[in-house]
Write a protein that binds this ligand. Structure first.
Ligand code: SF4
Ligand code: SF4
Ligand code: SF4
Length: 216
């Protein structure tokens, strides 16, 4: 299938800089909607040239409104400021960040694609993109690894979603069966209080982190 052959030439960082939700959606847009072949900054001019050969169309310069082509970068977390909110983990398409709720987080640099999707969600601005040393470009081997990690994450997220739906269905079923729904209401109240407490803890941690940063 043409979209799959195009996708095979894309870098698989899933960075969304092309304006699509990932590499495969961009590949489909090229194959079926006539999207231009020059919207992938990680692939750069080399990637555009490969697409041009595959599709037998003229090559184009990179559309820099999507971003510049730069050597491979990885995310680094300044752990002294991390408040353990997990937002970066939720943003990472290849599960390259480890950490637990309220504990500091770390990037596994060997798995980081440099997509920078974790940077903007960080509420304390403690994630920085830095060039890898020695400087090098993203390779097709990197792309193959990222593709597997992305697929694994998609499966994990789908499984978690299915589990949550099953849990909600069980709770609803129990609520219907129960003559006295008060304990369930108490459970909902308790969950709401826990959520409020968590938001308060994050707000306090943010204030502390900002104060620390201002004092440096
Ligand atoms: S790597 Fe290229 S094709 Fe894939 S999401 Fe990023 S910009 Fe789009
Ligand atoms: S750690 Fe950040 S930059 Fe690296 S792959 Fe994950 S989201 Fe992208
Ligand atoms: S988003 Fe920032 S503060 Fe939150 S866990 Fe990640 S690095 Fe830490």
């Amino acid at each position: 299938m043409l979209a799959e052959r195009i996708n095979n030439l894309l870098p698989q960082t899933q960075c969304t800089k092309c304006g699509y939700q990932g590499c495969l959606p961009y590949a489909k847009a090229i194959a079926f909607e006539g999207a231009p072949i020059n919207r992938c900054p990680p692939g750069g001019n080399e990637g555009i040239a490969q697409l041009a050969v595959l599709l037998d169309v003229p090559t184009l310069p990179l559309d820099t409104s999507c971003g510049e082509h730069v050597p491979l970068q990885v995310a680094v977390i300044d752990e002294q400021f991390c408040i353990g909110c997990t937002l970066c983990i939720q943003a990472c398409p290849v599960d390259a960040i480890v950490g637990a709720n309220k504990f500091m987080h770390t990037v596994l640099s060997s798995d980081c694609t440099g997509c920078d999707l974790c940077v903007s969600p960080c509420p304390v601005d403690c994630i920085e993109m830095v060039p890898v040393a020695p400087v090098r470009s993203w390779t097709s081997k990197d792309a193959a690894q990222a593709r597997v990690r992305y697929a694994n994450r998609q499966s994990r997220v789908a499984e978690m979603t299915a589990t949550n739906i099953r849990s909600e269905a069980i709770v609803e079923s129990e609520a219907v069966k129960s003559a006295d729904a008060a304990p369930i209401q108490q459970s909902a109240d308790s969950a709401a209080k826990e959520q409020t407490d968590k938001q308060l803890a994050i707000a306090q941690a943010l204030a502390r982190a900002r104060a620390r940063r201002l004092s440096h």
